[in-house]
Design a protein around this ligand. Structure first.
Ligand SMILES: [Zn+2]
Length: 77
């Protein structure tokens, strides 16, 4: 699991179009493809305290580490 620490890092990951971005908060983690339109840089900047962004190379790895994941309704990974 790689925690995304900066908005520049988030941007690079989105552009790479490889792997998955997981949003972690108090509810179930949500998994997105890296190019999902619902991953907003503004959310990253504003909500960093209540929700963190992480990157995984595969869906399986994310599941192994975090358990049950909720799939984003838009990108539906
Ligand atoms: Zn999504």
């Amino acid at each position: 699991m790689v925690k995304i620490e900066s908005v520049e890092e988030l941007r690079k990951i989105k552009e790479s179009d490889f792997g998955f971005v997981i949003l972690l908060s108090e509810s179930m983690p949500i998994i997105h493809t890296t190019n999902c339109k619902l991953i907003f840089e503004n959310d990253f900047l504003q909500n960093n305290k209540i929700q963190s962004h992480h990157w995984f190379s595969t869906h399986l790895l994310a599941e192994k580490e975090l358990g049950d994941l909720k799939s984003c309704k838009l990108c539906n990974p």
